[in-house]
Design a protein around this ligand. Structure first.
Ligand SMILES: C[S@@+](CC[C@H](N)C(=O)[O-])C[C@H]1O[C@@H](n2cnc3c(N)ncnc32)[C@H](O)[C@@H]1O
Length: 424
């Protein structure tokens, strides 16, 4: 029913954040779930003009807003996770000087060594090593070094640099901890109990991050863009934030990638940084953050009974229910998540439509999913929701074929990731 176009060759290489890991500023924080700057450039080349106002409802680490800023284009963006919001803010800042970074780094190095006692009590049981625990995210030496750095950074009186160094610290936490990102969750590294990093080694890793990336990039950026997308970045839930902050009929272009319907909870994926740096101080705050995220995971029980009027979705939900029963699952949380994910999608499409100018375009990067061996054709369900909201679906671009879980592989094969191109 929709026109599919083959972009597997072009997009296959550029839909991963990996390519950003050597690019100045983009590389400051090792994000996983983003696309590369080249994806943004490919859209700009295709549109062929730069006099644009853009919108990014799911900023993540800020790839879209940063690349647009570097190209001299305004972009409003929204991000609900306070860590990702800070990462994007810091990368979008135009006013750093290498002199200040160097002198604040000296300040940190002096201040961290003046801390005698570090408080390693935490609401989170497994965060720090202590007597009687079986598992812990940081060994005592590492935890002590991290907290000394954090303490010194909090004492920086200039907020600009306090934020910059917090991101540098956030960027090394996973590496110095006993954990690694294992797809959707955090797992313990092999032989983590034998791994004994010293305080000095942690300080060196932090120093290395600042000197080899932050200072180098700031030094080489002779003149950064005059556009300031930091002022247009909001730490808000885009489902309501877009309407609150953006003028109607003012947006030329939306480029975005929402959380996929794959049960990944971004609060979980970045939990180590959120807990260590005090973004979330207890379980209540974690829950609160989860409640604000798009309903693409089952980490909380969603009580909302809402559903949208969409035949394609209805059919998918019916098939899913039958498949779940056949698989012996009486747990409705997956089906609730699928239903509510599309309620959220409708809200986003509605909000974006109101803000787009006539003829404005939206590039929406998302992928299909599968549960209980049933395919959820997210690309087509989203397209049909968007169509009902008034958009013209220009095409669905095939970007990549993603691996499914071993259980789904036999019946589903791979999952198509694509870019839906919409026009108002
Ligand atoms: C796939 S990532 C975006 C990646 C981004 N394109 C990049 O390259 O960094 C999706 C982001 O949406 C955020 N998010 C989830 N629910 C949200 C909401 N209701 N409002 C705003 N952001 C949300 C997540 O925290 C996550 O950072």
């Amino acid at each position: 029913m929709y026109k599919y176009t083959d972009y597997l060759d072009t997009y296959g290489r550029i839909m991963q954040f990996n390519k950003n890991k050597t690019v100045p500023f983009h590389r400051w924080y090792p994000f996983v779930e983003g696309y590369s700057r080249e994806f943004i450039q490919s859209i700009l080349n295709e549109i062929g003009k730069k006099d644009l106002v853009c919108l990014e409802p799911f900023s993540g680490s800020g790839t879209t807003a940063l690349e647009l800023q570097n190209s001299g284009i305004d972009c409003f963006s929204f991000e609900v996770n306070p860590l990702m919001y800070l990462v994007a803010r810091v990368k979008l800042e135009n006013r750093y000087s290498t002199e200040c970074v160097n002198s604040w780094l000296d300040f940190i190095n002096i201040n961290r060594s003046t801390v005698d006692v570090v408080d390693l009590t935490s609401e989170f049981q497994t965060l720090y090593q202590s007597e009687g625990k079986e598992k812990w995210n940081y060994n005592i030496e590492v935890a002590t070094a991290v907290q000394k750095l954090h303490y010194a950074i909090k004492n920086i009186s200039d907020e600009l640099y306090q934020e910059l160094f917090t991101v540098a610290l956030a960027a090394i936490l996973l590496d110095v901890s006993n954990l690694y990102r294992n797809g959707k969750c955090l797992s313990y590294k092999k032989e983590w109990k034998e791994r004994k990093l010293t305080e000095t080694e942690v300080f060196e890793k932090f120093d290395q991050k600042v000197r080899s990336e932050l200072i180098v990039d700031i030094q080489n950026a002779l003149c950064r863009s005059k556009v300031d997308n930091k002022q247009k970045l909001f730490n808000l839930d885009s489902r309501t934030g877009i309407d609150e902050k953006i003028e109607d009929n003012s947006i030329d272009l939306v480029i975005t990638s929402p959380p996929y319907l794959n049960s990944r909870d971004y609060t979980d994926t970045y939990m180590l940084e959120l807990k260590t740096l005090g973004f979330t101080r207890n379980c209540e705050e974690i829950r609160h953050l989860r409640e604000q995220t798009l309903r693409s995971h089952v980490q909380i029980k969603w009580e909302d009974k809402a559903c949208i009027d969409n035949e394609f979705l209805r059919e998918t939900l019916d098939n899913l229910e039958i498949a779940a029963k056949a698989a012996g699952s009486w747990n409705d949380s997956i089906i609730d998540m699928v239903r509510l994910y599309f309620v959220d999608m409708q809200q986003i499409f509605k909000a974006m439509y109101k803000k787009l100018k006539e003829g404005g375009r939206c590039y929406f990067n998302v992928s299909n999913s599968a549960y209980f061996n049933e395919l959820i054709n997210t690309l087509e369900i989203c397209s049909s929701i968007a169509e009902k909201e008034g958009y013209t679906v220009r095409e669905i671009r095939k970007a990549r074929n993603l691996k499914t879980s071993p259980q789904q592989k036999k019946s589903i094969g791979s999952l198509l990731e694509g870019v839906i191109v919409l026009e108002k």
